[in-house]
Design a protein around this ligand. Sequence first.
Ligand code: IPM
Ligand code: MN
Length: 358
Amino acid sequence: MPKSYKIAVIAGDGIGPEVVREGVRVLERIAAIEGFGVGLTRFPFGAEHYLKTKEIMPDSAFEEIRGHDAILLGAIGDPRIQVGLLEFGIIARMRFGLDLYVNLRPVKLYAEHLCPLKDKRPEDVDFAVVRENTEDAYAGMYGYFKKGTPDEIATQEILFTRKGVERIIRFAFELARRRGRGKKLTLVDKANAVRAMDLWTRTFEEVGREYPDIARDHAYIDAATMWCVKNPEWFDTVVTSNMFGDILTDLAAMIQGGLGVAASGNLHPGRVSLFEPIHGSAPKYAGKNVASPIATVMAVQMMLDYLGEKRAAQRIEEAVAGLLRTKRIPSLGSDSGLGTGAVGDLVLGELERAKVPA
Ligand code: IPM
Ligand code: MN
């Protein structure tokens, strides 16, 4: 019997539903081509649902989601709702609740004309950022004292655990080995100012001894942002903390063609994992059929790769890369001249043609 995957789909807010619609079309088509099944369960969570019902994500739904093979998320965030409420109630809830400790963000340039950097070609921009996804300032340990008075104090803890740091570093070394490209892992931190990051320095060194085939490199986060623009070819695999990874990957998305192409996987190897475009809900483009669905298509690509459907993943990547290289998809912005659905149609058309090993 052919394999079948249970996929939870949360389209979310803003442009989320439009881009997820195209991502799901690609998922269903590729399943038919490659001969596996997909069973979708759609969940309504997001701003509209919250405004109607006051429900963010009930425990029963969370438990149901946990029983799936993977999750596809569009985008969360709406200007009508208090900052952080849905982000924490939905995105962080799943990242923390499902212990998705890896946020994997590939940075790959598919076509030279999409790169805003002068003289950088696809072979110069091909690295992976491994962002820790469950600790740091995101752990939500914050508070106020004398709130609203001139003497107000606000604190938020940056926290790292040995277990958390070790598992992300280990994942990154393994990935550097699998990528087999530069066989180099760069630790990005700020241990010169945030002295608690010495835990990263020591753990990187210790775990690194188990990977003599992988060269160890280091950059402080401020310098790393500079290198990312100046010499992106220096990076192969990068490992970093949650907040620095958040910032670095928005910058990195720009050098691969923008948020219209950048995808990410929130992973716990061996368990249900979540895939999403890096971009947000972009409320001003919502419902206008102008947003690029490519980032979501690439999130589907990462999902299939994670689930072990390597040929399907390769086929999607080939299709997208070809469309970008030949400029049939000329750009990834809302100004590409192609609607969200038209871009989806182009990808569907290419899927059958894409060359993959038998
Ligand atoms: C991301 C987003 C989130 C984050 C926000 C929405 C909380 O920016 O996935 O990168 O900071 O992790
Ligand atoms: Mn971000």
